[in-house]
Design a protein around this ligand. Structure first.
Ligand code: C2E
Ligand code: CA
Ligand code: CA
Ligand code: CA
Length: 287
């Protein structure tokens, strides 16, 4: 935010300078406020995870969930992860927070398993900062062991940027995670710069089609072309596909015709607290 304010300040005339200085100060103050609040929230266990169902388009069954962080601050209200994750990354808190997310999500999968629910995968978002930790594979292995679940039930969501920063390094880490049986997917696919030659060497199992291409799928011929191309490419590479941000029946029909494997979005459900997610599953399986 401070960055974009500064960019705008550069773009506009000198007479605008004071105005943008105030904006920059405001943005910087907000970041500082979030930094302090975030650390306290972390120490006081005020973060929770919500789970959004992922549905197999072929069978209509819920086969997994994406774990998404939620933070409600007593005064600031609900703060979006899109705003606080970057702050956590800048301060390094993302390492502790990310480990907590992984542990909590894996323990949740274990509880679902113990409840006798059909096997569910959990997808966890991995920050590039976490991905660059040399001991990440060991950490993940330890947490999976602690939870006592099959490694195949964990999917790690990685953005193209995280992998393309240092493709050779990324390939090595992906290989190690893959050797442990963990599944990797590329998140927000289509918005970054991964080249086909890298994609071929990345040990990924699935591509998540970014919601920006899904949004206007029913109206925009261009987005239809992009989604069609992504699914075609994934199929050629032997990868599964999941579309995120699916809100309408029309979008589902398109994705079905194009051969998309899985769907995630408000059409099925918003991200839910664990107990509500379980209630949702029960409703789905009782006709
Ligand atoms: P993302 O990984 O792309 O997650 C998808 C976002 O789209 C989520 O926003 C989700 O609530 C929202 N969404 C799901 N279905 C729909 C839909 O049908 N329509 C629309 N308009 N939106 C939908 P959320 O939960 O606010 O998360 C924002 C971003 O914050 C995530 O984007 C992810 O990059 C990051 N994030 C969330 N939790 C974590 C985490 O535990 N670790 C890390 N590193 N990042 C996280
Ligand atoms: Ca994601
Ligand atoms: Ca996205
Ligand atoms: Ca993302």
């Amino acid at each position: 935010r401070a960055d974009s304010a500064m960019y705008q300040a550069k773009k506009s005339g000198r007479n605008q300078y004071r105005l943008f200085t105030a904006e920059i100060q405001q943005a910087a103050a907000r970041v500082l406020q979030l930094e302090n609040a975030l650390r306290k929230a972390w120490e006081r266990d005020q973060m929770t995870l919500h789970y959004q169902p992922q549905v197999d388009l072929g069978t209509g069954q819920v086969i997994g969930a994406e774990a998404l962080l939620r933070w409600r601050h007593p005064e600031l209200g609900q703060v979006s992860p899109a705003e606080f994750i970057p702050v956590a990354e800048d301060t390094g808190l993302i390492l502790d927070l990310g480990e907590w997310v992984l542990r909590t999500a894996l323990q949740q999968v274990r509880r679902w398993q113990d409840q006798g629910l059909p096997p569910l995968t959990v997808s966890v978002n991995l920050s590039p900062v976490q991905f660059r930790q040399p001991l990440l594979p060991e950490l993940v292995q330890r947490l999976i062991k602690e939870a006592g679940i099959a490694p195949q039930l964990l999917e790690l969501e990685l953005t193209e940027g995280a992998a393309m920063d240092d493709p050779e390094g990324a390939i090595a880490i992906m290989d190690r995670l893959h050797d442990q049986g963990i599944r990797l997917l590329i998140d927000d696919f289509g918005t970054g710069y991964s080249s086909l030659s890298h994609l071929k060497r990345f040990q990924v199992y699935k591509l998540k089609i970014d919601q920006s291409f899904v949004r206007d799928l029913s109206e925009a011929a261009q987005d239809q072309g992009i989604v069609k191309a992504i699914i075609g490419m994934a199929q050629a590479l032997g990868l599964r596909t999941i579309a995120e941000g699916v809100e309408t029946e029309g979008q589902i029909e398109f994705l079905r015709t194009l051969g998309c494997d899985e769907i995630q979005g408000y059409y099925y459900s918003r991200p839910l607290p664990a107990a509500e997610f379980e209630a949702y599953l029960t409703r789905q399986s009782t006709p």
